[in-house]
Design a protein around this ligand. Structure first.
Ligand code: PGA
Length: 253
């Protein structure tokens, strides 16, 4: 791995009240600050963000904080939406953009993902930009093509050195929440393709420095194998990140 700092990011999805979140942080506090050389991130529901931000600061935890989505406009008549300004106001560093659940259940497209990525970067937030194919696309041999379109259209019109400001998460949709993890070698191959594409779009130097992580049924018992692959720089974890003991095993893989 070309000196890319590994990242373990937890995506809480629609789980955890503020009380649950504080209990979780108590449970991980003793184990999360061990110096593994990696970066640890949690992306909580909006409702828990300010409580979690305050608790991370109070307990002096080495955990980066992120949201799971955002709108691209700063303000306006968008009932129910949250803007990049609001996330910056909470002191957040990260935001997940284009998660497959947002794409599949809430109508996000490469075009709206592109607007969100631009807005996040413009506001100094680091997007964790999710891409991935469905099972039928994989079976039809379309994985590379689908992901290339997601990346090209998602990053359209975005320039500058993205290597420190963006993380790409490859999440095959058929592996999310299903217990079916992609074979680490297969995930590594797809990520190698993604890196080559990033290289052709943004230059080889950016591609070598940019972190590309894997997500989809990552668990304490498979994380080490996944992280051993040379192209895989980290994991985006849903179900297995919700309990302190499991989260700590992931972080300290
Ligand atoms: P999972 O979710 O770990 O529960 O498969 C991953 C994700 O959706 O980011």
């Amino acid at each position: 791995m070309a000196d890319r700092r590994p990242m373990i990011a937890g995506n809480w999805k629609m789980h955890m009240t503020t009380g649950d979140a504080v209990t979780f942080l108590e449970g991980v506090a003793a184990g999360v600050n061990e110096d593994t050389g990696g970066e640890v991130v949690i992306c909580t529901p909006y409702t828990a963000l300010s409580t979690v931000a305050a608790d991370i600061e109070k307990k002096n935890l080495k955990i980066g904080l992120g949201a799971q989505n955002m709108h691209w406009e700063e303000t306006g008549a968008f009932t129910g939406e949250i803007s990049p300004l609001m996330l910056v106001d909470l002191g957040l560093e990260f935001v997940i953009v284009g998660h497959s659940e947002r794409r599949q259940l809430f109508g996000e497209t490469n075009e709206t993902v592109n607007k969100k990525l631009k807005a996040a970067l413009d506001h100094g937030l680091k997007p964790i930009f999710c891409v991935g194919e469905t099972l039928s696309q994989r079976e039809a041999g379309q994985t590379t093509e689908v992901i290339a379109a997601q990346i090209k259209e998602g990053l359209e019109g975005i320039g500058g050195d993205l290597s420190e400001r963006l993380v790409i998460a490859y999440e095959p949709i058929w592996a999310i929440g299903t217990g079916k993890v992609a074979e680490p070698e297969d995930a590594n191959d797809v990520i190698r393709h993604i890196r080559a594409l990033v290289g052709s779009l943004f230059g080889v130097d950016t591609a070598q420095k940019l972190r590309i992580i894997y997500g989809g049924s990552v668990k304490p018992d498979n994380v080490a194998k996944i992280m051993a692959e040379p192209e895989i720089d980290g994991a985006l974890v849903g179900g297995a990140c919700l309990k302190p003991d499991s989260f700590l095993k992931l972080v300290n893989y």
